[in-house]
Write a protein that binds this ligand. Structure first.
Ligand SMILES: Nc1ncnc2c1ncn2[C@@H]1O[C@H](COP(=O)(O)OP(=O)(O)OP(=O)(O)O)[C@@H](O)[C@H]1O
Length: 236
């Protein structure tokens, strides 16, 4: 995917938020986007997702399936979580089973029957995440996904991000809390003064190993591995 001389402002006479941004993003990349408040991170993410078009310049080779989780999930909709996610699954042509699996994984199964309007900020954030992942995304855009998430989901999210990238998807995450600072091979973009400075991550060759442990020690072993910076996934 490529951004060529992309500039953006919100109104015809408004100030430029981004100017002449040139970026090339390879399939399978994970990008952490940082920058001070108001620098233009959310704006850049909306441009990447195709929610707003560039005022000048162009964006090409955007993957067909885009998952986007906004920084504030709009809960002012008169649906239960299940009704909303089932509807979104239908629009994306996936079975509601995808919703149930993701809800289980992100510890959100207990939220499914709640009205969207009753959700706490962190719970709403989870539903936004689930919505963005319903169909396997070729481009996954997450705007401040770690804000307000509980410990379980905060550790699970990098695993999910790694899986999307391993399947060839591009993942772009704005991340005030630097949760992806040490993500293996991640690129880092700093948005400042209307431009985007790129620091390319080292492309490390990665390997997957399976570790068989007694069920009663699984939590402990998993916590130790994660504390050492490894990405883990429970298969049973
Ligand atoms: N809908 C809008 N209409 C007009 N100006 C906007 C709009 N949304 C954002 N802006 C302006 O664009 C600039 C960039 O905002 P943006 O939300 O992209 O920054 P950000 O880096 O994501 O900030 P934060 O870290 O606070 O979330 C800011 O000056 C902001 O005031």
């Amino acid at each position: 995917m490529r951004l060529s001389k992309v500039s953006f402002r919100y109104s015809r006479r408004g100030p430029w938020v981004l100017r002449d941004v040139e970026l090339a993003i390879r399939p399978g990349s994970v990008v952490e986007v940082t920058g001070r408040n108001g620098a233009g991170k959310s704006t850049l993410l909306r441009l990447l997702a195709g929610i707003v078009p560039p005022s000048k310049g162009s964006i090409s080779e955007r993957p067909r399936v885009v998952g986007y989780a906004p920084d504030v999930f709009p809960v002012d909709q008169p649906f239960t979580v299940t009704a909303y996610l089932t509807h979104m699954a239908r629009i994306r042509g996936v079975s509601p089973g995808a919703m149930e699996r993701l809800a289980e994984r992100l510890d959100a199964a207990h939220l499914l029957e709640q009205p969207l309007g009753d959700l706490s900020k962190g719970s709403a954030q989870k539903i936004g995440l689930i919505q963005s992942l319903l169909a396997p995304p070729g481009l996954l855009i997450l705007d401040e996904p770690f804000a307000g998430l509980d410990a379980h989901t905060r550790t699970e999210l990098p695993v999910i991000i790694g899986e999307v990238a391993a399947a060839g998807g591009i993942v772009v995450v704005s991340d005030h809390q630097n949760q992806l600072e040490n993500f293996p091979g991640a690129d880092h973009w700093l948005v400042a003064g209307g431009t985007v400075a790129v620091e390319a991550g080292e492309r490390l060759r990665q390997a997957v190993i399976e570790v068989l442990v007694d069920a009663e020690h699984a939590d402990e072993v998993e916590q130790k591995l994660r504390a050492d910076g490894y990405t883990t996934r429970r298969t049973a």
